[in-house]
Design a protein around this ligand. Structure first.
Ligand SMILES: [Zn+2]
Length: 380
């Protein structure tokens, strides 16, 4: 059921289709993040209208509230959040390490306290498979140990060893659950770790390939505070290690320029909370002026749209002066309209990248696009 035919390439960049039980996802693709089963301020019909084909939801949040068993009882995550397209759930690992008060990380798993009410919980590779099986997303992620950027090599190496041991346990539990009646068809992606140490990255990728015939790969441990050059070098290294006929999901990366750089280095799927989080702070992306904050006084009488080249509802209907007013007045509508714009901006960027990979103009277009975006963005 899961497949990834690649239709065109331009250097390492690929245009393909990720085939899932809930439909095909043309790639490269950006997946909007519906943390607790909702893309903040939008209904799923709006998310679909933006051109998004696949969304992400967070296991950690849904496990704590409303609980995975309740979601299963109510028909699974697709039905619960009214989204017919493909869904990916993360393993909860990243949130446990970043949001929760961790009590203990050990070889068996992680004991942590809920960031909501302080209650005590435990995630193991097995339990994380069970939770994600109950939620029912198309793609589920293996449990991994997430480290902050800038950790030393010995810490990175130890986390890599543990992540591989956990991957094997995830694989076994996932396989044993497959026979259970009533469970949806799902696939399990491993998460590649190794920080920014080339030898750790290469050996982790090779060991992961030895552990199974995976339908896709999550690339973790990037965009966590490391230098950009380290991220690009790591992606180039992984491009030579990973099979070309499988999709690669670069976890947590979603600023426009980063997206284009990663597409050029062979990544296919992306997610990030930046479009909606930035929207809540009045920040919007534009192709001609880089990232702008609409609170700026210079937009007070600006009768133009956020981005003249954008086809989203917010740009078609409203001017910057009105949007600035909404942002300054802290109106909820500002968050909605800027979320619509920022999400459409990223989806449109991936659509154009796909088109350009198809007609061989990707490299030249990417260079021009990045030069304009970065040059103008730096003047703000
Ligand atoms: Zn727009």
């Amino acid at each position: 059921m899961f497949d990834f035919p690649v239709q065109h390439t331009a250097g390492a960049a690929r245009a393909g289709a990720f085939v899932t039980p809930h439909g095909d996802v043309p790639t490269p693709a950006f997946m909007p993040v519906g943390t607790a089963g909702a893309v903040k301020t939008l209904v799923m019909e709006e998310v679909a209208a933006l051109g998004a084909r696949m969304v992400l939801a967070n296991t950690y949040h849904l496990y704590l509230r409303p609980g995975h068993e309740l979601v299963r009882e109510l028909g699974g995550l697709h039905r619960f959040m009214r989204w017919d397209g493909p869904i990916l759930t993360d393993s909860g690992g990243f949130q446990v390490f970043s949001l929760a008060a961790i009590r203990d990380v050990h070889d068996d798993g992680v004991d942590f306290r809920s960031h909501i009410d302080g209650s005590l919980h435990k995630f193991t590779p097995e339990s994380v498979m069970e939770v994600q099986r109950a939620l029912g997303a198309d793609v589920i992620m293996a449990f991994d140990e997430c480290l902050p950027g800038g950790c030393d090599r010995a810490t990175g190496e130890a986390a890599g060893v543990r992540t591989l041991a956990w991957l094997e346990r995830c694989r076994k539990r996932f396989a044993s659950l497959e026979g259970e009646a009533g469970l949806p068809e799902q696939t399990l992606f491993p998460v590649l770790q190794g920080n920014v140490f080339d030898d750790l990255r290469a050996s982790h990728a090779r060991r992961t390939l030895e552990l199974g015939d995976w339908t896709g790969y999550g690339i973790g441990g990037l965009s966590v505070g490391e230098a950009k050059e380290d991220m690009w070098r790591t992606l180039e290294l992984l491009d030579s290690e990973l099979p070309r006929e499988r999709p690669r999901y670069l976890m947590g990366v979603g600023y426009p320029d980063d997206l284009l750089e990663a597409i050029a280095r062979g990544c296919d799927l992306f997610d990030c909370v930046a479009p909606t989080r930035n929207a809540r702070h009045g920040t919007a992306w534009t192709s001609a002026e880089g990232q702008v904050n609409l609170k700026a006084a210079r937009f007070r009488r600006d009768a133009g749209p956020i981005d003249a080249g954008c086809d989203c509802f917010a740009c078609a209907r409203y001017d910057r002066a009105y949007l600035r007013h909404l942002v300054v007045a802290r109106e909820w509508l500002a968050m909605r309209l800027l979320s619509i714009h920022n999400l459409r901006f990223l989806v449109r960027l991936t659509e154009e990248a796909r088109r350009r990979i198809g007609d061989s103009s990707f490299e030249a277009w990417r260079r021009d696009w990045l030069a304009r975006y970065r040059n103008e963005g730096s003047k703000q």
